[in-house]
Design a protein around this ligand. Structure first.
Ligand code: PLP
Length: 378
């Protein structure tokens, strides 16, 4: 164990080989469509630079972040042939920064289109963009009135080099949702006006809907091991493990309260172990009294509230050799997935990952994959 790992409350291990396996699995699922890597929010908390570089080595050439600032910090880590899209588009005034940095905004409104066209005119060169239509989620993208206005005045796109037509599904993680075919039909109708531009509709959930996947799939959570579909077996490999260590163990008599508010009291004696992970590390406070950890493969419930920097576990019945100071405690791993923790906490795996805190020691397992051979013609 390194000094950094000795000093931290827990070790977060990120398996880049599993990310690459998941990328290939999605690619098999959606081929001939191409899989793009969604690496917003620091690749869902796992590190945008190492994750993007592992994906690039596996052949990924399109990446999506949410904010321009994320794009600026990731751009130098990518090769020039990689396209980096900014999902939320650009704030008014940020156009020259994006143009200079060589990033591709997603244009979500006529206003954004006008500002990007003006930036292209001012620079005297075409600027790349993706165009998003709102097909029913009411979040981002041209609403149908604006889409009709654009159809009526195509000159508004002068100087804009359209690289992608996209939309986003509201219920892609639900195989039965009637909004999925409705959004797909609306999307195809819009996209038909731009027959030469690649189309992108599906995220991780969409990749596992039993139908075609247009030209580009924007995969996020499935790359990181999250279940793409609710209520279906998860075909993805787990990417993260989180191992805490025992810092102290005590025996408490029956009737003794544990933790803030003394909310956990039992009518029998208990053995309580404290670990150095808390809600400041992104472990949800909502797991107080309902979450679990695993020691030597056995479930140990969280006793009492989650503190800022520590959690108390009921380890009654666990063999003493597994309770020594420094002994490992699994928070994420073979016995507990990000989806399990999310279910206990009443949230989704996305939130568990993106909240993973900055105080963990991080260990990256490399993908160990040679770069794919480039064909001489390309
Ligand atoms: C976040 C996001 C994605 C990735 O979604 P996952 O469900 O994580 O695969 C794709 N497209 C858009 C527009 C997004 O905002």
């Amino acid at each position: 164990m390194s000094d950094l790992e000795l000093m931290a409350g827990a070790v977060l291990t990120i398996d880049l080989g599993a990310v690459v396996d998941n990328y290939r699995h999605i690619q098999q699922q959606v081929g001939p469509a191409e899989v793009a890597g969604v690496v917003k929010a620091d690749a869902y908390g796992l590190g945008a630079v190492p994750v993007s570089q592992a994906l690039a080595e596996a052949g990924c050439r399109r990446f999506f972040v949410a904010h321009l600032q994320e794009a600026l910090s990731l751009r130098p880590a990518l090769t020039p042939d990689a396209t980096l899209y900014v999902l939320n588009g650009l704030q008014p005034g940020a156009e020259p920064i994006a143009a200079e940095a060589g990033v591709t905004p997603v244009l979500n409104s006529l206003d954004q289109i006008d500002r990007w066209r003006n930036a292209a005119r001012d620079l005297g060169r075409p600027l790349p963009a993706a165009l998003q239509f709102d097909t029913g989620m009411s979040r981002l993208g041209l609403p149908s009135e604006e889409a009709a206005e654009l159809t009526a005045s195509p000159e508004r796109l002068t100087g804009i080099d359209l690289r992608l037509i996209m939309s986003h599904l509201a219920c892609a993680d639900d195989l039965q949702a009637p909004s999925n075919p409705a959004q797909a039909a609306a999307f195809d109708a819009f996209a038909a006006q731009y027959p030469d531009v690649p189309r992108s509709l599906d995220n991780s959930g969409g990749a596992f809907l039993p139908r075609g996947h247009r030209d580009v799939v924007r995969a996020g959570i499935a790359l990181y091991g999250g279940a793409p579909q609710i209520g279906q077996p998860n075909p993805m490999r787990s990417v993260v493990t989180l191992d805490a260590r025992i810092i102290q163990v005590r025996d408490v008599p029956a009737g003794t309260g544990v933790g803030y508010g003394l909310t956990s009291v039992a009518d029998h004696p208990r053995r309580i172990a404290t670990i150095a992970v808390g809600y400041a590390d992104g472990w949800p406070r909502h797991l107080g009294g309902r979450g679990s950890a695993f020691i030597d493969g056995r479930r140990v419930p969280i006793a009492g509230r989650v503190s800022m920097d520590s959690i108390t576990l009921d380890v009654t019945g666990i063999a003493p050799q597994h309770l020594r100071p420094g002994a490992p405690v699994e928070l994420l791993g073979p016995h507990q997935t990000i989806d399990d923790v999310a279910a206990d906490a009443g949230t989704i795996s996305y939130e568990i990952l993106t909240q993973l805190g900055g105080r963990y020691a991080r260990r990256y397992q490399p993908a160990h994959e040679p770069a794919p051979a480039r064909s001489p013609q390309s």
